[in-house]
Ligand binder design. Structure first.
Ligand SMILES: [Zn+2]
Length: 473
C-alpha cells in the first residue's frame, strides 16, 4: 500500500503520517459555535475534514474523529439574554440545523460530537491541574488565567515570537487584572448575564464558565487520550486558539498534545458576485435554495487543494454543477444493465485500474483533491469511449464499476437528482424498445401494457415515421 503523507503545520513540511498505534487515527476537529447556522466557510473546513477521514479509512486505518460543539460562549449568552432564553434553548435548534446541513453535504458523521456544557467537570479538573503546576492563577476579577510566560514553548505552532505577541498585546491591553496582557482565560468568573442564561457552574474558584480554548483541550484529552494523532481545523484557528490548546494541554500533561496539526485554508466569500437568481449563498440553506447540489459543492471544494484559498463565485459553482452532471451521467451509464449486456473492452479494465492507482496516489499525497478529480474525469472520458465500442466483456465493465465506486467513495460527487434522472431515462428507452419488439410480433396487448406502464410514470410517447419519441408529462 502507498505511503500516506500530510502537511504538518508544526513542522511546515509534508511528512509521512501513520497513527501512533498503527491502526486507529485519533483525530480531533474543532467544531462550530452553535448560535447561528454555520457559514459555507466553516463547511469548507468540515469538507476538508470529511475528505481527510475518508482517505484515512481508504488507507486502511480506523478513524476515531471527535468534533466539539461549542454551546457556551459570549455570542450565545448575548443571544439568549436578548431572547429571554437559556443558552441551551438557543443552541439546541442550531445543532439540529448543523447536522441537517452536514448530512446534506454528505459529510460523514464523526464518532462523537461532545457539547462543551457536558464536559464541565473535565474542564475544571484540567484547570486544577494547571493551577497546581503553577502555570495558571486566579486574578482579582475572579477568573483563572493561563500564564504564557511560564510555558516557554508558547508560539511554536504559529511561530510567533513571544516578544511580538507582547508588543502587540500592550497596545490592546485593557484588562489590568492579568499578570500579562496575553494570558488567556481558562475559567471566566460568572457575570449576571451568565447566571440569567444558565451559563454558570460551581467551581473551586467560584461560579463561572469555561473559556473556549479550554473546552477543546478537555474534551479532546477525555475522549481521545493525552496525545492525539491528528488535530485539524481552519487556518484562522492556529492563533490563538490552537496555540492556547497546546499550551494548556502540554503544561498539564508534559507530553505532546497532537502529533500532527493540519489546517484548511479559507473560503473567500466576500465580494463573491452572485446573480439575483442565485441570491446570497453563504449558508447551506442558501445553497439548497439556489439548487446547488451537495455533489456540486463537494466538487467545487475538492477541486482546489485544501491548503489553497478558494474563491466562491457563481461561475465556479456553475462549472462544478456541469462537471458533476457528467459524473452522474457516466454513473448512470456504467451502472446500467445495458452497459453490462453490451460489455467492455480489455482497455476499459486497464484504464479503470490506472485511474484507481492515480487517484489513490494523489489522495495519499497530502489529500490532493484536484489531481484525484483529474484522474476521475480522465477515466470517465476514456471509459465512455471504450463503452462505445461494445466490447462484449462483462468483466471489464464490472472492473470499471468497482474502480468508479472506489474513487467516488472518497469524493462522493454523484448528484442524486441527475443520477435518478439518467436511470429513469434509461428505463424509458428500455420499455420503448420492448414495446417496439412486441409490436413487431403483433402482440398489441403487450405493447399497450407497456404504454400503460410509461403513462403511469408520467411519460407520454408519440409514434411518428417509424420512430417513437417520449416526453415527461
Ligand atoms: Zn478547538
Amino acid at each position: 500500500m502507498s505511503d500516506f503523507r500530510l502537511y504538518n503545520t508544526l513542522s511546515r513540511q509534508v511528512e509521512p503520517f501513520a497513527p501512533a498505534d498503527g491502526t486507529t487515527v485519533r483525530m480531533y476537529t474543532c467544531g462550530p459555535t452553535v448560535y447561528n447556522p454555520a457559514h459555507l466557510g466553516n463547511f469548507r473546513t468540515f469538507l476538508f475534514e470529511d475528505l481527510m477521514r475518508r482517505v484515512l479509512a481508504l488507507r486502511g486505518w480506523t478513524v476515531r474523529q471527535v468534533m466539539n460543539l461549542t454551546d457556551v460562549d459570549d455570542k450565545i449568552i448575548k443571544r439568549a439574554l436578548e431572547q429571554g432564553k437559556t443558552i441551551s434553548e438557543v443552541t439546541e435548534p442550531v445543532i439540529v440545523v448543523f447536522h441537517r446541513d452536514r448530512e446534506y453535504l454528505r459529510i460523514q458523521a464523526a464518532e462523537a460530537y461532545p457539547r462543551a456544557t457536558d464536559f464541565i467537570p473535565q474542564m475544571i479538573a484540567l484547570v486544577e491541574r494547571l493551577v497546581s503546576r503553577g502555570v495558571a492563577y486566579q486574578a482579582d476579577d475572579g477568573s483563572v488565567y493561563f500564564a504564557i510566560s511560564r510555558f516557554p514553548a508558547y508560539g511554536r505552532l504559529s511561530r510567533l515570537d513571544t516578544r511580538e505577541i507582547k508588543a502587540g498585546a500592550r497596545v490592546l491591553q485593557d484588562d489590568y487584572t492579568k499578570e500579562n496582557a496575553q494570558d488567556f482565560a481558562l475559567w471566566k468568573a460568572a457575570k449576571p448575564e451568565d447566571e440569567a442564561t444558565g451559563a454558570a457552574w460551581d467551581s473551586p474558584w467560584g461560579r463561572g464558565r469555561p473559556g473556549w480554548h479550554l473546552e477543546c483541550s478537555a474534551m479532546a484529552m477525555d475522549l481521545l487520550g493525552e496525545t492525539l494523532d491528528l488535530h485539524c481545523g481552519g487556518i484562522d484557528l492556529i492563533f490563538p486558539h490552537h496555540e492556547d490548546e497546546i499550551a494548556q494541554s502540554e503544561a498539564a500533561t508534559g507530553v505532546p498534545f497532537a502529533r500532527v496539526w493540519s489546517h484548511g485554508a479559507f473560503l473567500l466569500t466576500e465580494g463573491a458576485k452572485m446573480a439575483k437568481r442565485v441570491g446570497n449563498v453563504s449558508t447551506v440553506q442558501g445553497l439548497r435554495e439556489a439548487r446547488f447540489s451537495a455533489a456540486a459543492l463537494r466538487h467545487f471544494v475538492f477541486n482546489t487543494h485544501y491548503r489553497k484559498e478558494l474563491n466562491l463565485s457563481e461561475e465556479a459553482l456553475e462549472a462544478s454543477r456541469q462537471a458533476v452532471r457528467r459524473v452522474g451521467d457516466f454513473a448512470g451509464r456504467l451502472r446500467s444493465d445495458t452497459a453490462l449486456a453490451l460489455g467492455g473492452t480489455p482497455e476499459l479494465a486497464r484504464v479503470a485500474e490506472a485511474a484507481v492507482v492515480r487517484a489513490e496516489a494523489a489522495l495519499f499525497d497530502d489529500l490532493n483533491g484536484p489531481e484525484a478529480l483529474a484522474a476521475l474525469f480522465d477515466f470517465i472520458r476514456q471509459a465512455n469511449a471504450e463503452l462505445d465500442r461494445r466490447g462484449g466483456d462483462r468483466g471489464s465493465v464490472e472492473r470499471a464499476r468497482a474502480a468508479f465506486d472506489r474513487i467516488d467513495s472518497i469524493l462522493d460527487i454523484v448528484p442524486e437528482r441527475e443520477e435518478a434522472d439518467s436511470a429513469f431515462a434509461e428505463w424509458i428507452e428500455e420499455r420503448i424498445e420492448a414495446r417496439r419488439v412486441a409490436r413487431g410480433a403483433r402482440d398489441f396487448a403487450a405493447a399497450d401494457g407497456i404504454r400503460g406502464e410509461l403513462t403511469a410514470r408520467g411519460v407520454t410517447i408519440e409514434d411518428s415515421g417509424g420512430e417513437t419519441r417520449w416526453k415527461l408529462g
